[in-house]
Design a protein around this ligand. Structure first.
Ligand SMILES: [Fe+2]
Length: 183
């Protein structure tokens, strides 16, 4: 499966711009983290693209998040290598069960992508004005982008230094800024 095929599958289930953007940004961070850690970039990017495929269909019933996604992916013939990390990424159901790099990084990417994009919004949508210093400062401001769970962002600390993770997240989101409507 390639990026376009994953995106096409995602778009069969997700229609809102904001959720599509979130999936793309999470995927970009996943790809960058995979490269940094010597993991499979393509695989991790696909996991990022597809991780919230069920989000509109579950209609905010978070008990179903991940499980419904898994069913959708299996019905589409997607391998467990992709589908299982997605099945278990709902931290409300599976907190504390993340041990593999891909599971840990999906928690981090899912949350840090939102924080970095929120940092760009306060700079008039200019991701190019966001630095690791900006993100570090906003991470500490708990009320800023409060939905971006700081404890999930911090999970990758066991794998790479925080500042390096921010550097990667900013660079990878910058690389797809046009797709995200940022400048
Ligand atoms: Fe997500």
């Amino acid at each position: 499966m390639d990026r376009n095929a994953a995106l096409a599958l995602l778009k069969e289930h997700v229609t809102t711009e904001s959720l599509l953007g979130h999936c793309l940004a999470t995927a970009a961070v996943m790809k960058g983290l995979a490269k940094e850690l010597g993991e499979d970039e393509n695989l991790w990017e696909l996991i990022g693209i597809l991780h919230d495929i069920d989000f509109q269909e579950i209609e905010e019933d978070m008990e179903k998040h991940g499980e419904v996604g898994y069913e959708i992916l299996k019905a589409a013939g997607i391998s467990d290598e992709i589908a299982l990390p997605i099945r278990y990424h709902n931290h409300m159901l599976h907190e504390c069960e993340y041990t593999t790099p891909v599971e840990i990084c999906l928690q981090t990417a899912d949350s840090v992508s939102g924080l970095v994009i929120a940092c760009a919004y306060v700079k008039g949508g200019k991701i190019t004005d966001v630095s690791t210093k900006t993100v570090t400062k906003k991470y500490k401001a708990a009320s800023f982008a409060a939905g971006c769970d700081r404890s999930r962002i911090a999970m990758s600390d066991v794998l790479l230094p925080r500042e390096r993770m921010y550097e990667i997240a900013i660079a990878e989101i910058t690389a797809i800024k046009d797709e995200l409507g940022l400048c």
